[in-house]
Design a protein around this ligand. Sequence first.
Ligand code: PFF
Length: 460
Amino acid sequence: MASRGSFSSKIGFIAAAAGSAVGLGNIWRFPYEAGENGGAAFLLIYLICIFLIGFPVMVGEISIGRSTQLNAFGAYKQLGGKKWGYLGYWGILSAIMFLSVYNVVAGWAFAYFIQMVDGKIMHITDFGTHFSEQISDVSDLFFYSLGFMFLTAFIVARGIKKGVESASKILMPALFIMLLALIAYSFTLDNALEGIEYYLIPDLSKINLETVYNALGQAFFSLSLGMAALITYGSYMGKQENIVNSAAWVTSADTAVAFLAGLLIFPLVFSQGISPSEGPGLVFVVLPGIFASLGAIGPWVGAVFFLLLCFAALTSTISLLEIPVTYLVDEKGYSRIKVVIVTSIIIFIVGIPSMLSQGAVDFFTNFTFYEGKVKTIFDVVFDIFSDVGLPLGGFLMSIFIVKRWKINNFHEELAKGNPSYKGSFMEKYLKFSISYFAPIFLGAIFVLTVLQKFFGIKLI
Ligand code: PFF
């Protein structure tokens, strides 16, 4: 078999995995989820979910990949037999579906970046209408999303070291610096303090089941969990690397960027007297208005912001495409380039209905009805493969480690590259979380979410 490649170093793995984690989820989704779910109260529950469940599940995924050095399907099959291989298939299917819609949003970010650069945005007066027109204007979006998929495919085709790792090593620090510069600016605006208070001082009465499942869903989305992305990246990690330590870096980087995105956006939102619960349009409606009001430098600040969003999205789309690509290269022995071309075309085509579902085609826009609202096909795919699917993937993975692979083998893998692991507090903590906390909590949330979302039954 041809060499499948590997990350060159610990930093290479961390940059790529943090690149996967940091994405639209942090900068686009996190602020609007927080804005819709009570600001600081959501932030608090989110941090608890990351610490108690997200981090241990991340360690679990990486260890499964690293131990087998195989794709999602191959890894589960090797450790657990053919039946468990289906869990790998579920991860691969989820990645394909998820990427098909994720790429549509990435196309929006790309479109806004171009409009900032060419100054078009300065002539707009109503940004809400502009956003609705923009996302229903398929002639434009088609090319932006296609462009995005092309960039993703190009990088993945170059392979793990030359493509994924080198792109992440440049894009991630650039993103961090741009974010800090924008935050410094947002703090200088009127009413910035009100935004900071909304974001940092929790009102505990705002916490309910919905806050919890939204926070948990957001944690999984943001950390790229439950879909085998980190099994895949873990499979390219050397045996001498310390998994726990790498996962801690990735989790911290991801959490820091989400936290900073909130710190940027809430002062901006409050400085304009806008409601923080704008929903998915938050960064696309609120921010361009603010950039436009800044005068001559506005489009430049805006261009930096949307470039940042594109960078973040790109390192995530790369990891999503890598999941089916690694599978086909490992299991079927096809050449990487061919696999990349075929899978990216298929995924782009699968995403077309979602692209058309923002007003362009009525059938996809008013696709179905649940949770008391009309849902587009875009919503349905995200609901199934993100809000419900990711925690389900995490639940099944923890059951797999405990019942099939066995916790001792899990610990053995973690001890490689980490001599002080055995007997440490971390060992006990991970054992407790993967054996009890993650499966019980994720299982319960899965059932409650399905009942509430799709059947309108509210148990709590
Ligand atoms: N973590 C990415 C984000 O926050 O945008 C999204 C993502 C990438 C989810 C890869 C899942 C995944 F496997």
